[in-house]
Write a protein that binds this ligand. Structure first.
Ligand SMILES: Cc1cc2nc3c(=O)[nH]c(=O)nc-3n(C[C@H](O)[C@H](O)[C@H](O)COP(=O)(O)OP(=O)(O)OC[C@H]3O[C@@H](n4cnc5c(N)ncnc54)[C@H](O)[C@@H]3O)c2cc1C
Length: 382
């Protein structure tokens, strides 16, 4: 193999490029970065960068010299299309990049609400530019409404509250983060935010974002009530960034569909938020939008591209920081799983919850309990 192209310069793309070199690949290696910045880390965007405790430059994954030293050529451009038969990626400047091997790592893009998205004061949060825009809006606002109580919405609620804003979170589900942590812990998350002064409105959806003279004024809810806002964050999930792959012949059911080796087609592998794979552990197709997974998947995809045959079979992991609480989840839980509190108690500020399905542990959640996680994770790996 003489040349590899990695499309997407996020955590998964960087991990893939670095693993290629670590595994001894000496051919030409191009990392196609769709953003103007050098690759950076996203988790701090909704936390330290939004609250202003970190300068955005601190999120950089590596300095420019690192890529030069490793012989990783960075091209700042968007991949526009893929010719599988011709083994070529076309860029938005018209250039064609030929490859022997390709790793697709183009991540996801935020979902938006159709009505009202064009108003100024309405934001999404995915990249550094979004973070700068949202931070500047928060500085000039007093009332922020967050549409969507997933982990991103709740992290921004914590950040905005810390900055002193009046914050309301709205979600049609029964509890915040219910898909990620189930209803019992979701209720604890709601309690955490309510005690910090956030208004948490669950079981109600948003019917419309309202505006005047092109600027947002609030949101109207399904129950007919209205909330005033000078800033709205729409945090209702994300969709795999596969637009450039339409018509390529790749299977794009849930992102880029891969087998258990992360292979999508001959010479083509995918990794990170954009890719789903057949999980040997869970015996179904899985797609994970979490930071640790991106690195592990990028590394595995690179190795398999070079000829190894390592199934990708992790126990997924994610964390979320809200106020002084660190939530950590290892495993694959379903909101309907049974929950037992193994250590501490909800409300104590520190506890460990174990999730079970048909008597088998599926996941463990730590609430300010990082040191307690390893033995439970070991149990899940068994
Ligand atoms: C604000 C925020 C906070 C988060 N916090 C946490 C957390 O606390 N814990 C946790 O576990 N996870 C967290 N995550 C999730 C985690 O950051 C992601 O899972 C991870 O970044 C995925 O990495 P990736 O490389 O797959 O995708 P990305 O990081 O999205 O990188 C993909 C890159 O590809 C580029 N791209 C897209 N299309 C093209 C194209 N056509 N051509 C070229 N380039 C393209 C994109 O611009 C982007 O730079 C957070 C995410 C966000 C947005």
């Amino acid at each position: 193999m003489d040349s590899v192209v990695v499309a997407g310069g996020g955590a998964a793309g960087v991990a893939a490029a670095e693993a290629l070199r670590a595994e001894g690949f000496t051919g030409s290696l191009t990392l196609v970065c769709g953003e103007p910045e050098l690759p950076y880390d996203r988790p701090p965007l909704s936390k330290q960068v939004l609250t202003g405790t970190w300068d955005p430059a601190r999120t950089r994954l590596r300095e420019a010299s690192h890529y030069a030293d490793k012989g990783i050529r960075i091209v700042h451009a968007q991949a526009r299309s893929l010719d599988l038969a011709g083994r070529t990626v076309r860029l938005d400047d018209g250039a064609d990049l030929g490859y022997d091997g390709l790793v697709i790592a183009t991540g996801v893009r935020p979902r938006t609400l159709a009505a009202g998205h064009e108003l100024t004061g309405v934001h999404v949060l995915r990249c550094l530019a979004d973070t700068a825009a949202l931070r500047s809006a928060l500085e000039q606002s007093s009332h922020v409404v967050i549409v969507g109580a997933g982990f991103l919405g709740m992290e921004v609620a914590a950040a905005a509250r810390t900055l002193g804003l009046e914050v309301t979170v709205v979600d049609p589900l029964a509890q915040p983060m219910v898909r990620q942590v189930g209803p019992l812990i979701g209720a604890a998350v709601a309690g955490l935010h309510r005690s910090a002064g956030v208004i948490v409105r669950t079981d109600v959806g948003v019917s419309e974002i309202t505006g005047e003279d092109g600027h947002v004024t609030g949101v109207r809810l399904d129950d007919g009530s209205a909330l005033q806002a000078d800033c709205v964050l729409v945090a209702i999930g994300a969709v795999p960034e596969v637009t450039w792959l339409h018509g390529s012949g790749l299977s794009l059911g849930d992102g880029v569909d891969c087998d258990e080796f992360l292979k999508a087609a001959d010479g083509v592998y995918a990794a990170g938020d954009v890719a789903s794979w057949t999980s040997p552990r869970y015996r179904r197709r899985v797609r994970v939008e979490h930071r640790m997974n991106a690195t592990e998947m990028g590394t595995c995809a690179a190795r398999n591209l070079l000829g190894q045959a390592e199934p990708f079979d992790p126990v997924p992991y994610f964390w979320s920081d809200q106020y002084r609480v660190k939530l950590q989840v290892h495993g694959d839980l379903s909101p309907s799983d049974t929950v037992t509190i193994e250590e501490g108690a909800i409300g104590d500020g520190k506890f460990v919850a174990l999730f079970h399905r048909d008597g088998v542990p599926t996941a463990v959640l730590g609430w300010n309990a990082p040191a307690r996680m390893p033995p439970y994770r070991k149990q899940l790996l068994a």
